[in-house]
Design a protein around this ligand. Sequence first.
Ligand code: HEM
Length: 405
Amino acid sequence: AHRLSRRDALRTGGGLLGVVGAMALTARTARAEPWNWSPADSVAGGGDGADPLTKYDPDADTVLADVIDHADVPEVNRLLATWIYNDQPLPAGLPKNLADFIESARQLPAWADQGKLASSFEFNKKRGLYLGVLYAFASGMMSTVIPHEALAVYYSRGGSHLKERIAKTAKFGYDIGTVNAYGDGGEMIVTCVKTRIIHASVRHLLPRSPYWPAGVTPISQDDLMVTWHSLATTIMRTLTAWQVPIPAAESDGYLHSWQLAGHLLGIRDEYIPATWEQANAQASQQLDPILAPTAEGKDLANQLLNLGADLDLTLLSRGILGAFTRFVMGDKVADWLAIPREPVWSPLLEVAWGPFVAVREGVLAVAPVVDAPYWMFDEFLRQFALWYVAELRMPLSIEIPLTNR
Ligand code: HEM
């Protein structure tokens, strides 16, 4: 195990936060139970079964280490900012190894299925109102109790620009649901490949941070799948728990859109689950047991609750967003993050959210208990959608970082 000693932390000015986080990090570079998820259950249908904790992304990592150390990164970022659409040729002037890498990384795999992607769009269109709030307060909040991710985000550049980072992640969730996400004129292939490039950059840069424990490489294939489950699997689990009716084709389509995202983010096909059943099985081995609080994650969660603070949207207050978090993530996670129960909204959500969804989805005709909260819940979702759209209007460009926090 690589340990950041207390003396090192003091010498580098790491302070208490750094020591606590680094200890959480070193606690899990090995697995309690041996990795036994079968690659036969993946989109590849087979593989060598190696533990993803020991795998990274060598093709991207080699190129980005070279680009960061030897190329003109601001110029590369300026060029990459002009590359937006899936079917758009790369701009001239990129370093050759980077251009070659992108040309191979932007190819869709043979198993990409346009019919499933059409169903995915249908799903996103129908459930879009829930998806924004779930990407932020189910997946986003969950990321703060995924120790490796919370630490990587906190000590990378994005940790000090959290609003911008949330907006970029929101854009990822938005792009994946657009009509032509992976087709001509869409942007998802570009967004994924750029994100893969950023992750490779983080693997190169973050180990140079004085707050990062020596010898630990961030963002393993395991970490990538953990985050994948915090997004796709967690959202499908939540909608299922809410009893939102989802036709099988749409549920498969949504899975497919995330399988492709995983592939384009550099996750090896042998780790990408083939079905929701396999995704759930993998998540119960990979995601559920590793959730834990860290000082860094608590700080990020606290910032996330301030998301609506400078807006004129009264239902996006800290109290209400906290109550929603507690309702979706459960008491254990909310307690870890020191998010209090909200006296009005917590009981309201517990009693009335289920019937609200049932009425909204046409499963129940009218439930008397829902009357007053129905309007408030609808308004909450509407205000969240307003925030989401406003964020997406900001010009966003995913850029190769040059520094840590
Ligand atoms: C950057 C998405 C997995 C840590 C980004 C960006 C996106 C993204 C869209 C660009 C945002 C920006 O430029 O600020 C995803 C998705 C993932 C995933 C969809 C998995 C399905 C992970 C994991 C970690 C991680 C597992 C760490 C363990 C980071 C860090 C950055 C980043 C440190 C650098 C940007 C910054 O915050 O400065 N990710 N990510 N990501 N991601 Fe990920």
